[in-house]
Design a protein around this ligand. Structure first.
Ligand code: HOZ
Length: 426
């Protein structure tokens, strides 16, 4: 495939935008080459500036669970836009989306809308600190909760891809309050809790991780985490930015059968527009301004266009919950077929999958945490990524990301993807 126009556009972008992109992982640094510039998209396909059609496995990094330019979502946005795009005043549709989200997700009574997953997680931690009166938080290496200061400590996603899991610019003062545990290692949590008795406000975790590839928590680990938090009066924050409204109506809480105390959302809840949210039981949410003293605000929070997209998206998922099952089946089919092909090729690999999230790691060992994920062979990953791209398959351009399947992917698309893998030489 030719990407001349994308390359020219990237060159021009680099003159005015740092690295030519507005979010680092898009720059293809982990896989080499120039990023693809999208012209438009529809259903399961991206159409780039050079006229190539690509089968899309990132779905805008998760939000587009029903495929690109999904008509009910687009129509809802158009209708709303005609009536004004932002007021900085309350609108009825905010309550409609809040009511629907609260009805779908376990353990939440109230929800606050923000503009991104980053905002949701940073505000959730502030709320946890305000509620408990404690300062420290525990996060897990390789988990990524957006780019606010407290979370750029051994962060996953683009932060690790670009070699700044602990970013310059984060002060020692902030970093000292973020304590680092290992994913799937309960003992590491026990040790930190014991060494910081009565000082920890919250444990924040991606309940199914998607920012070091897809990583699944063991039952023992995730249940144990819940127990430690309950025993020690620590709030358990599930960062469901990726998993919320994707692993099922009730997200990871429902899929793993675990109750969290505060939930963070982004991606699917905005239907492809910039929406984040955090939610909890009333007892916790009443601490938030203007009801309580924990401050949080935003001019574009609850923006009517974003709310319209989110409402159209969640309504569809609420009415057709079988979508989650169908997506999981498609993902399982892809997994089984990739197993067959890669086994035949005799390549060392591991595939992790949960619901419609999946990732391929080129390593002999099972991938259960950041350390094992980082052992993946990146040269192999680059060949795989570019080989698939050449055959019209768009995968995440970094091994530290999950794929997100969307409902528009047909059996034919999946088979085209499997044939592309068959044709690869590593
Ligand atoms: N941090 C996102 C993936 N985990 C990438 C966002 C983007 O580059 O669009």
């Amino acid at each position: 495939m030719l990407y001349q126009r994308s390359s020219a556009l990237f060159k021009e972008a680099q003159k005015y935008i740092p690295g030519g992109v507005n979010s680092p992982v898009r720059a293809f640094k982990a896989v080499g080459g120039d990023p693809i510039f999208v012209k438009h998209a529809s259903g399961a396909y991206l159409y780039d500036e050079d006229g190539n059609r690509l089968i899309d496995y990132i779905a805008s990094w998760g939000p587009l669970i029903l495929g690109h330019a999904y008509e009910p979502v687009i129509n809802a946005v158009i209708d709303k836009a005609k009536k004004g795009t932002s007021f900085g005043m309350p609108t009825q549709i905010e309550t409609e989306l809040a009511r629907l989200a609260v009805s779908m997700v376990p353990n939440i009574d109230k929800i606050r809308f923000v503009n991104s997953g980053t905002e949701a997680c940073m505000s959730a931690v502030r709320l946890a600190r305000g509620y408990t009166g404690k300062d420290k938080i525990i996060k897990f290496s390789g988990c990524y909760h957006g780019h606010s200061d407290s979370f750029l400590i051994q962060a996953g996603s683009g932060a690790v891809t670009f070699g700044s899991p602990n970013s310059p610019g984060v002060t020692q003062g902030t970093a000292k309050d973020t304590l680092l545990a290992r994913y799937n290692d309960l003992e590491s949590v026990h040790q930190i809790v014991a060494a910081n008795k009565d000082e920890i406000a919250a444990v924040i975790i991606e309940p199914v991780a998607g920012n070091m590839g897809c990583i699944i928590p063991s039952n023992e680990f995730i249940n144990g985490l819940r127990n430690i938090c309950t025993q020690e009066n620590i709030l358990l924050i599930f960062d469901e930015v990726m998993t919320g409204f994707r692993l099922g109506r009730g997200g990871a809480q429902e899929a793993l059968n675990i109750d969290a105390d505060i939930l963070c959302f982004g991606k699917v809840i905005g239907g492809g527009l910039p929406v984040g949210a955090f939610a909890a039981r009333s007892e916790i949410m009443t601490h938030l301004a203007p009801e309580g003293p924990v401050y949080q605000a935003g001019t574009l929070s609850g923006n009517p266009l974003a709310m319209a997209a989110g409402l159209a998206m969640l309504s569809e998922l609420d009415q057709r919950p079988e979508i989650f099952d169908s997506l999981a089946k498609k993902t399982a089919y892809l997994h089984d077929s990739f197993d067959e092909v890669l086994n035949k090729k005799g390549i060392p690999y591991h595939i992790n999958r949960f619901g419609s999230m999946i990732s391929v790691h080129f390593t002999e060992e099972p991938v259960t945490d950041f350390e094992s994920s980082a052992k993946g062979n990146n040269d192999m990953f680059k060949k795989y990524f570019h080989g698939m791209l050449d055959k019209g398959i768009y995968l995440p351009p970094s091994a530290f990301e999950s794929y997100f399947l969307n409902d528009a992917l047909s059996c034919q698309d999946l088979d085209e993807t499997i044939s592309a893998l068959e044709g690869l030489t590593f």
